[in-house]
Design a protein around this ligand. Sequence first.
Ligand code: ARG
Length: 275
Amino acid sequence: MKLKKVVALTTAALAICAFALVGCSQGASSSSASSSAASEATTDEIVLVNDGKLTIAASLDFPPFENLEGEEAVGFEVDLMKAIAEQMGLEAEYLPSTKFDTIVPMISAGGKADVGASGFTITEDRKKEIDFTDVIMDSNQGIVVMKDSGYTSVDQLAGKKIGAQSGTTGYDWAVENIEGADVIPFDEMTAVFAALQAGQIDAIASDLPVVQYYVANAYTDMDIIAEIPTGEQYAIVVSQDNPALTAAINEAIAELKDNGTYNELYQKWFGVSAE
Ligand code: ARG
């Protein structure tokens, strides 16, 4: 409610400024005063799709970060987003699972979700379209094959079919680093694993903690043959038009790291302490 008031007030202030601009077109001093008021308004207010809620878009196929348990979103990043929202006096609300490569355009366009929280690696390309919060997690890439395939190194995958989730850093890594590979995009991680098991592809390139989870818990007939130290860092995706939201989330992350909540959640999902 408090947020809405802020938004309403600044909208009114903007309307007055616009009126003042039209009314005093020859007055240089009054027009510059108006424009500084306008820029202040856009940086100070948190804009939310739904009052009192932090609306989150995620591809819920990325355990242990975000996954579906029945209808419910679960995972380390899900717990973290709930804690962040609570810290901000908001309720975390997940949209139905959203195709990964549509989330950045969705957040940039606005109107559907406030943030994308989906194991997003910070990249320069994405930064052109959206803002990232502070880092929430480090990650690397991993390469998965069927145990009985005989593949033991990335070199042997030259010219082979590599599956990856569409629009991910794993997809880009395979294109750039596996000689002559035919890199095939899939909408969902579950589909990439199903394709490997069905023999439609020779290997998978995706984030290491996630392939470790899938191989340990569901696909014990697969092996991780390479860990690639890409040094990726996950952060939350926010619209460039919503810098106050990015700032508030960063504050919440810092507080959760300070007060031990972040480490508690890390322990819960990874069984070890966050460094
Ligand atoms: N970290 C990778 C990237 O940012 C993969 C993220 C995929 N996330 C997901 N929820 N399926 O491109």
